[in-house]
Design a protein around this ligand. Sequence first.
Ligand code: NAD
Length: 496
Amino acid sequence: MTASRHEDHLDFGGNFVQIINGKPAFTKTTRHGINPATLERMEEVPVATRDDLHEAVAAARAAFKQWSQTPYRDRKQAVLAWADTIESYSTEFRDLLIAEQGKPLPQAEIETASTVAWMRGMAGIELKDEVIEDSHARKIITRHTPLGVVAAIVPWNFPLMLTTAKVAPALLTGNVIIVKPSSCPVTLLSINTPNWPFTPYGCLKLVELAQLFFPPGVVQSLSGNDDLGPWITSHSGIDKISFTGSTATGKLVMRSASESLKRVTLELGGNDPAIVFPDVDIEETAKQVATFAFLNSGQVCLNLKRIYVHNSIYTQFRDAVVSAVKAFVIGNGSKEGVSHGPLQNSLQYSRVKTFFDDIETQGWKVAVGGKMDAKATKGYYVVPTVIDNPPEDSRIVVEEPFGPIVPLLSWETEDEVIERANNTTMGLGASVWSANTAQAEKVARRLEAGTVWINNHFDISPVAPFGGHKESGIGIEWGSNGLKEFCNVQTLFSYK
Ligand code: NAD
């Protein structure tokens, strides 16, 4: 089925509903999110009950019977038609994203475009049967069969793109899926912090729109309180959890999922290093490194979180990074010219504040920034800050602040900097910056990270596998490896 935006008007100003078995599912209790740039309250959203979850799982299990047998060609067509219609609502999704997440307009445009691009990219990869042996006696074939009911648990930093980047591969491979957008974890709540949802709005609209293209029960949404995640991970009717979020929560998800041996894919935190060689174009590289360190106000798993600069250019490079950071424009993402928005929520703001408090208590030197509050106006704004050569064992080097505060560190020898770059429990991304790409590649191959870039960072693709080493995750999303994680492998022996 196809639908143009002219036939089907979605109401982006209200009516944020969960979808269970193809229909809006209203809840007795609702709550609202907060626009992080203004602290104004947003529209009401549902609070799912445990019964809602049971109902959604039952509908999903029923829908799976038919959807798993739907020919690949038809599943692909439905995913692509859904992508086309999302694209026709790009402006509405973009504006909703700015309001709920806080990111500036150009970045919201990129995320909205990626939301569609990831669907189309993965729809271009078909997992075909593989013939392992075809002899006179027998034929051996490996197949990739769907797992069943998948639950997607999505974080608040890329709520649109990470929804379709999980839903599309699940559907293409014949699974059905229930999506849960991000909500505030009660374990982290302070007494004065209300338990509001973080980023449910765009995600709920994506799933509402999906109902035009998929049978009831194939794509569903549940938006709830902090208890919903654990209910999902412990539900015996769910076969796989596709989770993106923090390493701490990832461990809870895995523990809970192990009870029923659910499959899990965990995309978790990062502490990405950049290694800058002395032969780089200092101004240009510093600008790029600053961009990748502070993108989305430091709230990207793949932000550069440790910048190692060769000591022969350290001072010059630091000054160039400082100039680049001073050119950032902090403010409400909906305003023209703003390059960096607020943090997404008060919890994150409180966590990032502890790193700013450490500037004084630990005596860190500040290259630029240093004081937390960017504005007298309302909103979770933070001044982008660079810490000048702090000790290697300081929190700012060891932990992931997930905010706009980054350490710049100097190095002397190649072996030493590789050792330091790898000396972390994380292993998501890393980059090497040098005019000598052969030398950079030698270093890149020694780094312990799921993705390594040379003279770039955070360049991702729906057809390239993405995942973390060490405590940055388990498993892969995207690319053919990612699609396979939504499947069982079946080996078929056929005797002639
Ligand atoms: P989070 O772990 O707090 O929450 C992620 C999701 O898990 C949310 O939907 C949340 O409601 C849910 N959740 C919370 N507790 C749960 C539980 N006990 N059981 C099941 N679900 C639960 O993470 P966040 O703060 O939303 O996101 C920031 C973190 O995510 C950072 O560490 C960042 O590096 C990481 N991240 C990783 C990637 C990646 O691809 N590797 C991408 C984006 C973000």
